[in-house]
Design a protein around this ligand. Structure first.
Ligand code: SOE
Length: 389
C-alpha cells in the first residue's frame, strides 16, 4: 500500500493528539494510502526523544527545517506555539508539502493571509486544526441546519470556559506571552467558537468586544528555569502577563443572526466547557463538549403535547463518522476528533480537493479575532470582513 510520510513539528499536548490521529487514521478509516509517522521535530532534545519513542515516530530532529525540507515527506503537521506557525507553514508549502496547522492560524490576520496565499499558490492541500468540527454531534448539527431543520437562524450563543488560571498562584506559560501566543483566551478559545459559528451559521459582519487580564503578574514557570539551577532566585521572579484572561464579544452575522461569544480561563470549576446553542425559526440546537456524544434538538414541528428538547445520542451509524467506529451506543472521546480530522485530510489529498476548514477559514477566523481586539481599543463596532469584501 502507498505510504504518505508525515513530519510533525511540536511534541507537547497537540503533538500528542496529532500523533494519535496519524497513527490511527488508517486503522479506522482505511483508504488507498497509509500515513506513516516518519519524523517528529522539536527544540528540547530529551523531551523530543521521549515523545518520539512514546508516540511511535521513526526518527526525530531538533531542526524543523530539516524535517520540512526532506524529499520523502508528504505532509507537514504544525503543532507549535502560534508565533512559529507562519514560518513553518510557508516553508512547508513552498517545499510542496500538504500542511495541517494548529489554531489560531496566524498571530494576526496579516500573517494568516500570507499563509493562505503561500499554500494556495503552491497548490497543496491545507487544513487548520479546528478539531471540534470533527465531533460527530457537531457534524450532525451542520447537517440538520443544512437540511433546513432550524429554519432562519436568529441566535448563535457560544461560551468556552476553562479555569486553569483562576488561581492567582498559577504560573506563567508561553500561552500568557503575547509575543508567542498572540492572544490569551481570545485567540485560544474564542478561535474555536468563531470557527464553529462560521461553520454552522456563516460569516460575521461586525463585532464589538471587551477583554480583561485579572492577574497581571505571575510567577515564572518551573519549566522555564535556567537549565543548571544557577540563578535560582530567578525562578521566583514575577513576570508580566501580556494577554487577556477573558474576552467576550457580540457579533452581527451577514445573514442577520446575532451572536454572543465568551471565552475565559478564569471560570472556576469549568474545565473544558465549550457550549453552543443555536436558535432558528423552526428549531434549536444545543451542544456541550463535556457531553460530546450528545446533541440537543428542539423542533417547532413536533407535536406540542410532547414537544421539548430531545437528546440525540450521536453514536449511531446514521451519524457522521460513526460507521468507521463502534457498534451502536459506543461513544467517542476527544482524541477521536483528531482521527476524524486526519482521515478527512487524507481523503482530500487523495481527491486533490481542498478540505474545510482550510487556511482561508483560518484567515477569516484571524480577521474576526483582530476585529474584536480593535473594538476593545476603539470601544466601537468594527468590521470583521476582508477589506475587499
Ligand atoms: C488550552 O486552553 C486548550 O488546550 C486549547 O489550546 C485547545 O485548542 C482546546 O481544545 C483545549 O484547551
Amino acid at each position: 500500500m502507498r505510504e504518505l510520510n508525515v513530519a510533525l513539528i511540536g511534541y507537547n499536548f497537540m503533538g500528542k493528539a496529532h500523533s494519535y490521529a496519524i497513527g490511527n487514521a488508517a486503522f479506522f478509516f482505511p483508504q488507498e494510502v497509509k500515513p506513516v509517522k516518519k519524523v517528529i521535530a522539536g527544540r528540547n532534545e530529551p523531551g523530543l526523544k521521549r515523545a518520539a519513542e512514546q508516540f511511535g515516530w521513526q526518527e526525530y530532529t531538533t531542526d524543523w527545517r530539516e524535517a520540512v525540507g526532506r524529499s520523502d515527506i508528504d505532509i507537514v503537521c504544525i503543532a507549535t506555539p502560534t508565533s512559529s506557525h507562519k514560518e513553518i507553514a510557508v516553508a512547508a508549502a513552498k517545499a510542496g508539502k500538504h500542511v495541517l496547522c494548529e489554531k489560531p492560524l496566524g498571530m494576526n490576520a496579516g500573517e494568516a493571509r500570507q499563509m493562505w496565499e503561500a499554500a494556495h499558490q503552491a497548490g497543496v492541500i491545507h487544513m487548520i486544526g479546528h478539531n471540534y468540527r470533527r465531533v460527530p454531534a457537531i457534524a450532525l448539527a451542520k447537517k440538520l441546519i443544512d437540511d433546513g431543520k432550524l429554519g432562519d437562524i436568529y441566535h448563535f450563543r457560544g461560551v468556552y470556559l476553562q479555569d486553569w488560571l483562576s488561581d492567582p498562584a498559577a504560573p506563567m506559560s508561553w500561552r500568557l506571552d503575547k509575543r508567542i501566543a498572540g492572544a490569551g483566551a481570545h485567540g485560544d478559545l474564542n478561535a474555536h467558537l468563531i470557527d464553529l459559528a462560521r461553520y454552522l451559521v456563516g460569516d460575521m459582519e461586525r463585532v464589538v468586544g471587551m477583554e480583561k487580564t485579572f492577574v497581571t503578574r505571575r510567577t515564572k514557570a518551573l519549566g522555564d528555569k535556567p537549565p543548571h539551577g544557577e540563578e535560582n532566585e530567578e525562578a521566583d521572579r514575577l513576570e508580566d502577563v501580556t494577554v487577556d484572561d477573558a474576552a467576550a464579544f457580540l457579533a452581527r452575522f451577514k445573514n442577520g443572526a446575532l451572536g454572543t461569544f465568551e471565552a475565559s480561563r478564569m471560570a472556576g470549576g469549568r474545565k473544558n466547557h465549550e457550549r453552543i446553542e443555536i436558535n432558528g425559526s423552526k428549531g434549536s440546537l444545543a451542544f456541550h463538549f463535556e457531553r460530546m456524544n450528545e446533541l440537543e434538538f428542539w423542533s417547532r414541528e413536533d407535536d406540542p403535547k410532547t414537544q421539548g428538547y430531545r437528546t440525540i445520542l450521536a453514536t449511531e451509524e446514521v451519524h457522521p463518522y460513526m460507521q468507521a467506529w463502534w457498534p451502536p451506543g459506543h461513544p467517542l472521546g476527544y482524541q477521536n476528533t483528531f482521527v476524524n480530522q486526519f482521515a478527512d485530510l487524507i481523503r482530500a489529498i487523495l481527491a486533490g480537493e481542498q478540505v474545510q476548514p482550510n487556511f482561508y477559514d483560518g484567515w477569516m477566523c484571524n480577521l474576526v479575532l483582530d476585529a474584536v481586539s480593535r473594538s476593545v481599543q476603539s470601544l466601537t463596532w468594527e468590521h470583521a470582513e476582508p477589506a475587499a469584501a
